[in-house]
Design a binder for this molecule. Structure first.
Ligand code: FAD
Ligand code: NAD
Length: 485
Protein backbone atom coordinates (compact mmCIF):
# COMPACT_ATOMS: atom_id res chain seq x y z
CA UNK A 1 0.00 0.00 0.00
CA UNK A 2 2.95 2.32 0.43
CA UNK A 3 4.57 3.66 -2.67
CA UNK A 4 4.23 7.37 -3.33
CA UNK A 5 7.34 9.27 -2.43
CA UNK A 6 9.01 6.28 -0.83
CA UNK A 7 12.08 6.60 -3.05
CA UNK A 8 12.39 10.25 -2.04
CA UNK A 9 13.87 11.38 1.21
CA UNK A 10 11.32 10.79 3.98
CA UNK A 11 10.85 13.74 6.29
CA UNK A 12 8.64 12.05 8.86
CA UNK A 13 7.70 8.48 9.75
CA UNK A 14 4.67 8.22 12.03
CA UNK A 15 4.27 4.87 13.77
CA UNK A 16 0.60 4.37 14.68
CA UNK A 17 -2.55 5.68 12.98
CA UNK A 18 -4.75 6.37 16.00
CA UNK A 19 -6.06 9.90 16.62
CA UNK A 20 -2.58 11.06 17.67
CA UNK A 21 -0.71 9.47 14.77
CA UNK A 22 -3.02 9.96 11.80
CA UNK A 23 -3.82 13.57 12.74
CA UNK A 24 -0.12 14.29 13.17
CA UNK A 25 0.63 12.64 9.80
CA UNK A 26 -2.02 14.71 8.04
CA UNK A 27 -0.70 17.95 9.50
CA UNK A 28 2.88 16.97 8.53
CA UNK A 29 1.69 16.44 4.94
CA UNK A 30 -0.27 19.71 4.98
CA UNK A 31 2.97 21.44 5.95
CA UNK A 32 4.73 19.97 2.91
CA UNK A 33 6.64 17.21 4.70
CA UNK A 34 7.08 13.88 2.91
CA UNK A 35 5.29 11.64 5.40
CA UNK A 36 4.93 7.89 5.86
CA UNK A 37 2.49 6.40 8.36
CA UNK A 38 2.83 2.79 9.56
CA UNK A 39 -0.07 1.05 11.32
CA UNK A 40 -0.74 -2.56 12.27
CA UNK A 41 -4.45 -2.54 13.24
CA UNK A 42 -6.58 -5.25 11.62
CA UNK A 43 -10.32 -5.58 12.01
CA UNK A 44 -12.17 -8.86 12.68
CA UNK A 45 -12.04 -9.63 8.94
CA UNK A 46 -8.24 -9.25 9.00
CA UNK A 47 -8.36 -6.01 6.99
CA UNK A 48 -6.32 -2.89 7.86
CA UNK A 49 -8.52 -0.50 9.85
CA UNK A 50 -7.11 2.94 10.53
CA UNK A 51 -8.06 5.10 13.51
CA UNK A 52 -6.50 3.11 16.34
CA UNK A 53 -8.17 2.25 19.63
CA UNK A 54 -10.38 5.33 19.52
CA UNK A 55 -12.05 4.52 16.27
CA UNK A 56 -12.03 0.72 16.34
CA UNK A 57 -12.66 -0.24 19.98
CA UNK A 58 -12.86 2.99 21.96
CA UNK A 59 -14.52 6.39 21.64
CA UNK A 60 -16.61 5.66 18.56
CA UNK A 61 -18.10 2.17 19.10
CA UNK A 62 -18.74 2.94 22.77
CA UNK A 63 -20.64 6.12 21.87
CA UNK A 64 -22.62 4.25 19.21
CA UNK A 65 -23.75 1.75 21.84
CA UNK A 66 -24.38 4.48 24.42
CA UNK A 67 -26.67 6.21 21.93
CA UNK A 68 -28.57 3.06 20.96
CA UNK A 69 -28.96 1.85 24.54
CA UNK A 70 -30.12 5.31 25.70
CA UNK A 71 -32.80 5.32 22.99
CA UNK A 72 -33.89 1.84 24.05
CA UNK A 73 -34.23 2.92 27.66
CA UNK A 74 -36.00 6.18 26.82
CA UNK A 75 -38.42 4.48 24.47
CA UNK A 76 -39.46 2.13 27.26
CA UNK A 77 -40.07 4.82 29.87
CA UNK A 78 -39.63 8.47 29.10
CA UNK A 79 -41.37 8.51 25.69
CA UNK A 80 -44.75 7.99 27.39
CA UNK A 81 -44.29 11.31 29.23
CA UNK A 82 -44.13 13.01 25.83
CA UNK A 83 -47.42 11.39 24.93
CA UNK A 84 -45.73 8.81 22.74
CA UNK A 85 -47.05 5.36 23.40
CA UNK A 86 -45.07 2.50 21.92
CA UNK A 87 -46.77 -0.82 22.67
CA UNK A 88 -43.66 -2.96 22.77
CA UNK A 89 -40.05 -2.14 22.09
CA UNK A 90 -37.97 -5.13 21.11
CA UNK A 91 -34.22 -5.28 21.40
CA UNK A 92 -32.31 -6.57 18.37
CA UNK A 93 -28.76 -6.69 19.72
CA UNK A 94 -27.41 -7.99 16.41
CA UNK A 95 -28.77 -4.96 14.56
CA UNK A 96 -27.41 -2.64 17.24
CA UNK A 97 -23.96 -4.17 16.87
CA UNK A 98 -24.19 -4.05 13.07
CA UNK A 99 -24.98 -0.31 13.26
CA UNK A 100 -21.93 0.17 15.50
CA UNK A 101 -19.71 -1.75 13.04
CA UNK A 102 -21.00 0.31 10.11
CA UNK A 103 -20.14 3.56 11.86
CA UNK A 104 -16.65 2.27 12.59
CA UNK A 105 -16.13 1.10 9.00
CA UNK A 106 -17.34 4.43 7.61
CA UNK A 107 -14.80 6.26 9.73
CA UNK A 108 -12.01 3.75 8.92
CA UNK A 109 -12.57 4.57 5.27
CA UNK A 110 -12.72 8.26 6.10
CA UNK A 111 -9.28 8.20 7.75
CA UNK A 112 -7.85 6.15 4.93
CA UNK A 113 -9.25 8.64 2.39
CA UNK A 114 -7.86 11.60 4.33
CA UNK A 115 -4.35 10.14 4.46
CA UNK A 116 -4.49 9.47 0.74
CA UNK A 117 -5.90 12.87 -0.15
CA UNK A 118 -3.15 14.55 1.83
CA UNK A 119 -0.42 12.47 0.20
CA UNK A 120 0.59 10.48 3.28
CA UNK A 121 2.11 7.12 2.30
CA UNK A 122 0.58 4.31 4.31
CA UNK A 123 2.30 1.08 5.25
CA UNK A 124 0.25 -1.66 6.91
CA UNK A 125 2.58 -3.48 9.24
CA UNK A 126 4.37 -3.22 12.53
CA UNK A 127 6.95 -0.46 12.90
CA UNK A 128 10.02 -0.72 15.11
CA UNK A 129 12.38 2.14 15.81
CA UNK A 130 16.09 1.37 15.61
CA UNK A 131 19.09 3.67 16.13
CA UNK A 132 19.69 6.72 13.88
CA UNK A 133 16.06 7.23 12.83
CA UNK A 134 15.88 3.88 11.08
CA UNK A 135 12.52 2.13 11.25
CA UNK A 136 11.98 -1.45 10.27
CA UNK A 137 8.59 -2.75 9.20
CA UNK A 138 7.48 -6.22 10.20
CA UNK A 139 4.78 -8.21 8.47
CA UNK A 140 2.14 -10.41 10.11
CA UNK A 141 4.66 -13.25 10.28
CA UNK A 142 7.06 -11.06 12.27
CA UNK A 143 9.58 -10.93 9.41
CA UNK A 144 11.16 -7.60 8.48
CA UNK A 145 9.71 -6.49 5.14
CA UNK A 146 11.57 -3.20 4.74
CA UNK A 147 13.73 -0.71 6.56
CA UNK A 148 13.17 3.01 6.19
CA UNK A 149 15.05 6.07 7.32
CA UNK A 150 13.67 9.52 8.04
CA UNK A 151 14.70 12.88 9.41
CA UNK A 152 12.05 12.59 12.09
CA UNK A 153 10.03 9.82 13.72
CA UNK A 154 6.80 10.28 15.63
CA UNK A 155 5.88 7.41 17.95
CA UNK A 156 2.09 7.15 18.31
CA UNK A 157 1.47 3.52 19.22
CA UNK A 158 -1.18 4.21 21.87
CA UNK A 159 -2.13 2.01 24.78
CA UNK A 160 -3.77 -1.26 25.78
CA UNK A 161 -5.97 -2.37 28.68
CA UNK A 162 -4.16 -3.04 31.93
CA UNK A 163 -4.43 -6.67 32.98
CA UNK A 164 -5.29 -7.71 36.51
CA UNK A 165 -3.58 -10.86 37.77
CA UNK A 166 -6.50 -11.61 40.11
CA UNK A 167 -8.94 -11.55 37.18
CA UNK A 168 -7.10 -12.77 34.07
CA UNK A 169 -8.99 -12.26 30.81
CA UNK A 170 -10.16 -15.36 28.98
CA UNK A 171 -11.88 -13.51 26.12
CA UNK A 172 -15.31 -14.93 26.90
CA UNK A 173 -16.32 -14.66 30.55
CA UNK A 174 -13.68 -12.19 31.68
CA UNK A 175 -13.05 -9.48 29.10
CA UNK A 176 -11.62 -6.00 28.71
CA UNK A 177 -13.43 -3.04 27.14
CA UNK A 178 -12.98 -4.50 23.65
CA UNK A 179 -14.80 -7.69 24.61
CA UNK A 180 -17.49 -5.68 26.37
CA UNK A 181 -18.24 -3.78 23.14
CA UNK A 182 -19.18 -7.02 21.41
CA UNK A 183 -21.12 -9.26 23.79
CA UNK A 184 -23.44 -11.42 21.66
CA UNK A 185 -26.17 -11.43 24.31
CA UNK A 186 -27.11 -9.19 27.23
CA UNK A 187 -25.48 -10.71 30.33
CA UNK A 188 -27.98 -11.07 33.16
CA UNK A 189 -25.41 -10.36 35.86
CA UNK A 190 -22.52 -8.17 34.77
CA UNK A 191 -19.56 -7.40 37.00
CA UNK A 192 -17.14 -4.57 36.25
CA UNK A 193 -13.83 -4.15 38.03
CA UNK A 194 -13.10 -0.41 38.08
CA UNK A 195 -15.71 2.34 38.36
CA UNK A 196 -13.70 4.73 36.18
CA UNK A 197 -14.80 6.16 32.87
CA UNK A 198 -14.87 2.86 30.94
CA UNK A 199 -16.60 1.01 33.78
CA UNK A 200 -19.30 3.67 34.03
CA UNK A 201 -19.84 4.11 30.28
CA UNK A 202 -19.95 0.42 29.38
CA UNK A 203 -21.71 -0.46 32.63
CA UNK A 204 -24.38 2.08 31.61
CA UNK A 205 -24.74 0.55 28.14
CA UNK A 206 -25.42 -2.94 29.48
CA UNK A 207 -27.59 -1.77 32.37
CA UNK A 208 -29.84 0.06 29.90
CA UNK A 209 -30.05 -3.09 27.82
CA UNK A 210 -31.12 -5.13 30.85
CA UNK A 211 -28.07 -6.31 32.81
CA UNK A 212 -27.81 -6.10 36.59
CA UNK A 213 -24.51 -4.25 36.84
CA UNK A 214 -22.14 -4.25 39.84
CA UNK A 215 -19.02 -2.09 39.77
CA UNK A 216 -16.18 -3.05 42.10
CA UNK A 217 -13.96 -0.02 42.69
CA UNK A 218 -10.73 -0.01 44.73
CA UNK A 219 -10.85 3.69 45.66
CA UNK A 220 -13.05 4.75 48.55
CA UNK A 221 -13.84 8.03 46.82
CA UNK A 222 -16.07 7.88 43.74
CA UNK A 223 -14.49 9.47 40.64
CA UNK A 224 -11.54 10.76 42.64
CA UNK A 225 -10.29 12.83 39.66
CA UNK A 226 -13.53 14.83 39.41
CA UNK A 227 -14.83 17.79 41.42
CA UNK A 228 -16.25 16.40 44.70
CA UNK A 229 -19.66 18.03 44.35
CA UNK A 230 -20.07 16.75 40.79
CA UNK A 231 -18.86 13.26 41.73
CA UNK A 232 -21.31 13.15 44.63
CA UNK A 233 -24.22 14.10 42.38
CA UNK A 234 -23.08 11.55 39.81
CA UNK A 235 -22.94 8.76 42.36
CA UNK A 236 -26.47 9.61 43.46
CA UNK A 237 -27.88 9.49 39.91
CA UNK A 238 -26.00 6.37 38.85
CA UNK A 239 -27.02 4.50 41.99
CA UNK A 240 -30.63 5.57 41.47
CA UNK A 241 -30.47 4.14 37.93
CA UNK A 242 -29.52 0.78 39.38
CA UNK A 243 -25.74 0.70 39.01
CA UNK A 244 -24.51 -1.08 42.14
CA UNK A 245 -21.26 0.76 42.87
CA UNK A 246 -19.10 -0.77 45.60
CA UNK A 247 -16.32 1.57 46.69
CA UNK A 248 -13.20 0.66 48.67
CA UNK A 249 -13.41 -2.90 47.32
CA UNK A 250 -10.21 -4.91 46.78
CA UNK A 251 -10.53 -7.82 44.35
CA UNK A 252 -8.59 -10.77 45.75
CA UNK A 253 -9.44 -13.49 43.25
CA UNK A 254 -11.72 -14.83 40.56
CA UNK A 255 -12.39 -18.06 38.73
CA UNK A 256 -14.59 -19.24 35.91
CA UNK A 257 -16.87 -21.97 37.15
CA UNK A 258 -19.08 -23.54 34.50
CA UNK A 259 -20.88 -20.66 32.80
CA UNK A 260 -20.19 -18.06 35.48
CA UNK A 261 -17.43 -16.00 37.02
CA UNK A 262 -16.96 -16.20 40.76
CA UNK A 263 -15.35 -13.07 42.14
CA UNK A 264 -13.96 -12.50 45.62
CA UNK A 265 -13.32 -9.08 47.05
CA UNK A 266 -12.67 -7.47 50.41
CA UNK A 267 -14.59 -4.36 51.40
CA UNK A 268 -13.10 -1.34 53.17
CA UNK A 269 -13.54 -3.06 56.55
CA UNK A 270 -11.67 -6.14 55.37
CA UNK A 271 -14.82 -8.25 55.12
CA UNK A 272 -14.79 -10.94 52.41
CA UNK A 273 -17.48 -11.04 49.71
CA UNK A 274 -18.24 -13.49 46.94
CA UNK A 275 -20.20 -12.49 43.85
CA UNK A 276 -21.26 -14.47 40.79
CA UNK A 277 -21.54 -12.95 37.33
CA UNK A 278 -22.35 -14.11 33.81
CA UNK A 279 -19.67 -11.79 32.45
CA UNK A 280 -16.92 -9.72 34.06
CA UNK A 281 -15.30 -6.63 32.53
CA UNK A 282 -11.86 -5.58 33.73
CA UNK A 283 -11.56 -1.80 33.33
CA UNK A 284 -8.75 -0.70 35.64
CA UNK A 285 -6.91 1.67 33.32
CA UNK A 286 -4.64 1.46 30.30
CA UNK A 287 -0.89 1.30 29.74
CA UNK A 288 1.33 2.55 26.91
CA UNK A 289 2.35 0.34 23.97
CA UNK A 290 6.03 1.20 24.24
CA UNK A 291 7.54 -2.29 24.37
CA UNK A 292 7.45 -3.59 20.83
CA UNK A 293 7.92 -0.31 18.98
CA UNK A 294 11.35 0.31 20.48
CA UNK A 295 14.20 -1.80 19.17
CA UNK A 296 17.01 -2.56 21.61
CA UNK A 297 19.24 0.21 20.27
CA UNK A 298 16.48 2.83 19.85
CA UNK A 299 17.73 4.61 22.96
CA UNK A 300 14.41 6.25 23.86
CA UNK A 301 13.98 6.77 27.62
CA UNK A 302 10.94 5.31 29.34
CA UNK A 303 9.39 6.33 32.64
CA UNK A 304 6.87 4.79 35.01
CA UNK A 305 4.68 2.03 33.53
CA UNK A 306 6.51 2.27 30.19
CA UNK A 307 5.46 5.86 29.35
CA UNK A 308 7.79 7.46 26.83
CA UNK A 309 9.40 10.44 28.53
CA UNK A 310 8.83 13.69 26.60
CA UNK A 311 9.13 17.43 27.17
CA UNK A 312 6.35 20.01 26.69
CA UNK A 313 6.56 19.71 22.91
CA UNK A 314 6.65 15.89 22.93
CA UNK A 315 10.37 15.57 22.15
CA UNK A 316 11.96 12.39 23.50
CA UNK A 317 15.59 12.25 24.65
CA UNK A 318 16.61 11.31 21.07
CA UNK A 319 16.76 14.38 18.80
CA UNK A 320 14.25 14.05 15.95
CA UNK A 321 12.21 11.39 17.75
CA UNK A 322 8.86 12.48 19.20
CA UNK A 323 6.09 10.63 21.03
CA UNK A 324 2.41 11.60 21.31
CA UNK A 325 -0.97 10.42 22.59
CA UNK A 326 -1.53 7.61 25.08
CA UNK A 327 2.15 6.75 24.88
CA UNK A 328 3.11 9.82 26.91
CA UNK A 329 2.13 11.64 30.13
CA UNK A 330 -1.20 13.38 30.51
CA UNK A 331 -4.75 12.10 30.23
CA UNK A 332 -5.34 9.23 27.81
CA UNK A 333 -7.80 11.09 25.60
CA UNK A 334 -8.15 11.11 21.84
CA UNK A 335 -8.34 14.89 21.49
CA UNK A 336 -5.25 15.39 23.65
CA UNK A 337 -3.32 13.00 21.40
CA UNK A 338 -4.56 14.69 18.22
CA UNK A 339 -3.47 18.12 19.44
CA UNK A 340 -0.06 16.70 20.33
CA UNK A 341 0.19 15.24 16.82
CA UNK A 342 -0.53 18.67 15.33
CA UNK A 343 1.93 20.37 17.69
CA UNK A 344 4.75 18.00 16.76
CA UNK A 345 4.09 18.44 13.04
CA UNK A 346 4.32 22.23 13.48
CA UNK A 347 7.56 21.90 15.46
CA UNK A 348 9.12 19.60 12.84
CA UNK A 349 8.15 22.06 10.08
CA UNK A 350 9.93 24.80 12.02
CA UNK A 351 6.78 26.57 13.21
CA UNK A 352 5.56 27.27 16.71
CA UNK A 353 3.63 24.35 18.17
CA UNK A 354 1.92 24.25 21.52
CA UNK A 355 -0.70 22.35 23.50
CA UNK A 356 -2.47 24.04 26.40
CA UNK A 357 -2.41 21.19 28.89
CA UNK A 358 -4.45 23.30 31.32
CA UNK A 359 -7.44 23.38 28.99
CA UNK A 360 -8.05 19.72 28.11
CA UNK A 361 -11.75 18.84 28.36
CA UNK A 362 -12.71 15.61 30.13
CA UNK A 363 -16.09 14.09 29.37
CA UNK A 364 -17.89 11.05 30.71
CA UNK A 365 -20.73 9.99 28.44
CA UNK A 366 -22.87 8.72 31.28
CA UNK A 367 -26.46 9.72 31.95
CA UNK A 368 -26.32 12.50 32.97
CA UNK A 369 -23.07 13.42 31.30
CA UNK A 370 -20.18 14.73 33.37
CA UNK A 371 -17.63 17.17 31.93
CA UNK A 372 -14.94 19.46 33.19
CA UNK A 373 -11.99 21.57 32.19
CA UNK A 374 -9.30 23.15 34.33
CA UNK A 375 -8.87 22.83 38.05
CA UNK A 376 -11.49 21.71 40.56
CA UNK A 377 -12.14 23.15 44.01
CA UNK A 378 -10.00 20.57 45.81
CA UNK A 379 -7.04 21.28 43.52
CA UNK A 380 -7.37 25.05 43.94
CA UNK A 381 -7.53 24.69 47.72
CA UNK A 382 -4.47 22.42 47.61
CA UNK A 383 -2.58 25.06 45.59
CA UNK A 384 -3.67 27.84 47.97
CA UNK A 385 -5.38 29.78 45.17
CA UNK A 386 -8.27 32.02 46.24
CA UNK A 387 -11.27 31.59 44.00
CA UNK A 388 -14.92 32.53 43.66
CA UNK A 389 -17.63 30.02 42.76
CA UNK A 390 -20.76 30.52 40.70
CA UNK A 391 -23.22 27.75 40.00
CA UNK A 392 -26.53 27.17 38.30
CA UNK A 393 -28.84 24.17 38.36
CA UNK A 394 -30.46 22.87 35.16
CA UNK A 395 -33.70 22.65 37.18
CA UNK A 396 -34.16 26.38 36.53
CA UNK A 397 -33.39 26.18 32.79
CA UNK A 398 -36.38 26.21 30.43
CA UNK A 399 -34.69 24.19 27.70
CA UNK A 400 -33.74 21.48 30.20
CA UNK A 401 -37.39 21.31 31.26
CA UNK A 402 -38.48 21.01 27.62
CA UNK A 403 -35.83 18.34 27.19
CA UNK A 404 -37.33 16.46 30.10
CA UNK A 405 -33.99 16.37 31.89
CA UNK A 406 -33.37 18.90 34.64
CA UNK A 407 -30.75 16.95 36.54
CA UNK A 408 -27.41 18.49 37.38
CA UNK A 409 -25.66 21.82 37.39
CA UNK A 410 -22.79 23.91 36.05
CA UNK A 411 -20.13 25.37 38.29
CA UNK A 412 -17.65 28.10 37.32
CA UNK A 413 -14.50 28.68 39.36
CA UNK A 414 -12.77 32.04 38.87
CA UNK A 415 -9.63 33.55 40.39
CA UNK A 416 -10.62 35.79 43.31
CA UNK A 417 -8.20 38.54 42.26
CA UNK A 418 -8.24 38.51 38.47
CA UNK A 419 -11.60 36.78 37.79
CA UNK A 420 -9.84 34.56 35.23
CA UNK A 421 -11.74 31.28 34.79
CA UNK A 422 -9.72 28.51 36.42
CA UNK A 423 -12.13 25.63 35.99
CA UNK A 424 -15.63 24.71 34.86
CA UNK A 425 -17.38 21.56 36.07
CA UNK A 426 -20.72 20.25 34.97
CA UNK A 427 -23.11 17.35 35.24
CA UNK A 428 -26.30 17.27 33.22
CA UNK A 429 -27.80 17.07 29.73
CA UNK A 430 -25.45 17.54 26.75
CA UNK A 431 -22.50 18.50 28.93
CA UNK A 432 -20.21 16.85 26.35
CA UNK A 433 -21.17 19.72 24.03
CA UNK A 434 -21.54 22.50 26.61
CA UNK A 435 -18.00 22.04 27.92
CA UNK A 436 -16.53 23.33 24.61
CA UNK A 437 -17.71 26.82 25.52
CA UNK A 438 -15.79 26.70 28.77
CA UNK A 439 -12.69 25.36 26.98
CA UNK A 440 -12.81 28.35 24.60
CA UNK A 441 -13.05 30.81 27.46
CA UNK A 442 -10.09 29.19 29.22
CA UNK A 443 -8.09 28.97 26.00
CA UNK A 444 -8.51 32.73 25.56
CA UNK A 445 -7.74 33.26 29.27
CA UNK A 446 -11.20 34.73 29.69
CA UNK A 447 -12.88 35.80 32.90
CA UNK A 448 -16.24 34.92 34.38
CA UNK A 449 -17.24 38.48 33.49
CA UNK A 450 -16.43 37.75 29.82
CA UNK A 451 -18.99 34.93 29.91
CA UNK A 452 -21.43 37.10 31.86
CA UNK A 453 -21.20 39.84 29.20
CA UNK A 454 -21.84 37.37 26.37
CA UNK A 455 -25.31 36.85 24.90
CA UNK A 456 -26.64 33.29 24.86
CA UNK A 457 -29.57 32.06 22.76
CA UNK A 458 -32.82 31.46 24.59
CA UNK A 459 -33.96 28.88 25.37
CA UNK A 460 -30.76 26.85 25.47
CA UNK A 461 -28.90 24.69 27.93
CA UNK A 462 -25.94 27.06 27.45
CA UNK A 463 -27.82 29.72 29.39
CA UNK A 464 -26.90 27.72 32.49
CA UNK A 465 -23.23 28.51 31.84
CA UNK A 466 -24.17 32.18 31.49
CA UNK A 467 -26.07 32.12 34.78
CA UNK A 468 -23.27 30.23 36.57
CA UNK A 469 -20.82 32.92 35.40
CA UNK A 470 -23.20 35.69 36.53
CA UNK A 471 -23.45 33.89 39.85
CA UNK A 472 -19.67 34.25 40.37
CA UNK A 473 -20.39 37.96 40.89
CA UNK A 474 -23.60 37.19 42.79
CA UNK A 475 -25.86 38.54 40.04
CA UNK A 476 -27.48 35.46 38.50
CA UNK A 477 -30.90 36.48 37.23
CA UNK A 478 -32.83 33.24 37.48
CA UNK A 479 -31.54 32.14 40.85
CA UNK A 480 -33.10 32.92 44.18
CA UNK A 481 -31.08 33.22 47.37
CA UNK A 482 -28.15 34.55 45.40
CA UNK A 483 -25.07 35.97 47.04
CA UNK A 484 -25.12 39.59 48.13
CA UNK A 485 -22.05 41.66 47.36
P1 FAD B 1 -4.35 4.50 19.70
O1 FAD B 1 -5.68 5.02 19.37
O2 FAD B 1 -4.23 3.36 20.63
O3 FAD B 1 -3.67 4.14 18.31
C1 FAD B 1 -2.43 3.55 18.22
C2 FAD B 1 -2.31 2.85 16.89
O4 FAD B 1 -0.97 2.40 16.73
C3 FAD B 1 -3.19 1.62 16.75
O5 FAD B 1 -3.79 1.59 15.49
C4 FAD B 1 -2.22 0.47 16.91
O6 FAD B 1 -2.64 -0.72 16.24
C5 FAD B 1 -0.99 1.06 16.25
N1 FAD B 1 0.27 0.44 16.67
C6 FAD B 1 0.66 0.05 17.90
N2 FAD B 1 1.92 -0.43 17.86
C7 FAD B 1 2.32 -0.35 16.56
C8 FAD B 1 3.52 -0.66 15.87
N3 FAD B 1 4.59 -1.14 16.52
N4 FAD B 1 3.56 -0.44 14.56
C9 FAD B 1 2.50 0.05 13.87
N5 FAD B 1 1.35 0.38 14.47
C10 FAD B 1 1.27 0.19 15.80
N6 FAD B 1 -10.97 9.03 24.53
C11 FAD B 1 -11.68 10.14 24.34
O7 FAD B 1 -11.10 11.23 24.19
N7 FAD B 1 -13.05 10.13 24.30
C12 FAD B 1 -13.74 8.98 24.45
O8 FAD B 1 -14.98 8.99 24.41
C13 FAD B 1 -13.02 7.78 24.65
N8 FAD B 1 -13.66 6.61 24.80
C14 FAD B 1 -12.95 5.46 24.95
C15 FAD B 1 -13.64 4.26 25.11
C16 FAD B 1 -12.94 3.08 25.28
C17 FAD B 1 -13.69 1.80 25.44
C18 FAD B 1 -11.51 3.09 25.25
C19 FAD B 1 -10.72 1.82 25.39
C20 FAD B 1 -10.81 4.28 25.10
C21 FAD B 1 -11.53 5.48 24.96
N9 FAD B 1 -10.87 6.70 24.83
C22 FAD B 1 -11.60 7.84 24.68
C23 FAD B 1 -9.42 6.80 24.84
C24 FAD B 1 -8.88 6.92 23.41
O9 FAD B 1 -9.30 5.80 22.67
C25 FAD B 1 -7.37 7.02 23.43
O10 FAD B 1 -6.96 8.09 24.25
C26 FAD B 1 -6.84 7.26 22.02
O11 FAD B 1 -7.22 6.23 21.14
C27 FAD B 1 -5.31 7.34 22.02
O12 FAD B 1 -4.88 7.65 20.74
P2 FAD B 1 -3.44 7.22 20.24
O13 FAD B 1 -3.36 7.67 18.82
O14 FAD B 1 -2.41 7.69 21.18
O15 FAD B 1 -3.41 5.63 20.31
P1 NAD C 1 -9.80 4.91 34.63
O1 NAD C 1 -8.47 5.32 35.14
O2 NAD C 1 -10.77 5.95 34.22
O3 NAD C 1 -10.57 4.04 35.71
C1 NAD C 1 -10.01 2.87 36.26
C2 NAD C 1 -10.67 2.65 37.60
O4 NAD C 1 -10.29 1.38 38.07
C3 NAD C 1 -10.22 3.67 38.65
O5 NAD C 1 -11.34 4.20 39.30
C4 NAD C 1 -9.34 2.86 39.58
O6 NAD C 1 -9.39 3.31 40.91
C5 NAD C 1 -9.97 1.48 39.45
N1 NAD C 1 -9.07 0.39 39.76
C6 NAD C 1 -7.76 0.26 39.46
N2 NAD C 1 -7.29 -0.93 39.90
C7 NAD C 1 -8.34 -1.56 40.49
C8 NAD C 1 -8.50 -2.81 41.14
N3 NAD C 1 -7.48 -3.67 41.25
N4 NAD C 1 -9.71 -3.14 41.63
C9 NAD C 1 -10.76 -2.27 41.52
N5 NAD C 1 -10.66 -1.06 40.93
C10 NAD C 1 -9.47 -0.72 40.41
O7 NAD C 1 -9.49 3.88 33.45
P2 NAD C 1 -10.46 3.17 32.45
O8 NAD C 1 -11.86 3.37 32.87
O9 NAD C 1 -9.93 1.80 32.28
O10 NAD C 1 -10.19 3.98 31.13
C11 NAD C 1 -8.87 3.96 30.54
C12 NAD C 1 -8.58 5.24 29.83
O11 NAD C 1 -9.41 5.38 28.69
C13 NAD C 1 -8.81 6.44 30.71
O12 NAD C 1 -7.56 7.06 30.92
C14 NAD C 1 -9.70 7.35 29.95
O13 NAD C 1 -9.15 8.61 29.83
C15 NAD C 1 -9.86 6.72 28.59
N6 NAD C 1 -11.31 6.74 28.27
C16 NAD C 1 -11.90 7.95 28.09
C17 NAD C 1 -13.25 8.01 27.85
C18 NAD C 1 -13.89 9.35 27.66
O14 NAD C 1 -13.18 10.31 27.43
N7 NAD C 1 -15.20 9.47 27.73
C19 NAD C 1 -14.02 6.86 27.80
C20 NAD C 1 -13.39 5.65 28.01
C21 NAD C 1 -12.02 5.60 28.23
Amino acid sequence: MADKGMKDKIDVIVIGAGPAGYVGAIRCAQLGLNTVCIDDWRNDAGKPALGGTCLNVGCIPSKALLESSALYERSRGEFAQHGLKIPQVELDLGAMMARKRKIVETLNQGVSGLLKANGVSLICGRGRLLANHHVEVLGDDGEVTQTLEAENVILATGSRSTDLSVAPRDGKYIVDSTGALSFDAVPKRLGVIGAGVIGLELGSVWRRLGSEVTLIEAQEEFLFMADRQIAKEGLRYFTKQGLDIRLGARVVGSRVEGEEVVLHYQDADGKDHEMRFDRLIVAVGREPNSGEVLGVDAGVSLGARGMVIVDDTCRTNIPGVYAVGDLVRGPMLAHKGSEEGVMVAEVIAGHHGQVDYGAIPSVMYTDPEIAWVGRNEEELKGLGIDYNVGSFAFAANGRALAHGDTRGMIKVLADAKTDRVLGVHMIGPDCSELIAQAVLVMQYQGSSEDIALTMFAHPSLSESLHEAALDVAGVAIHKVGRKRR
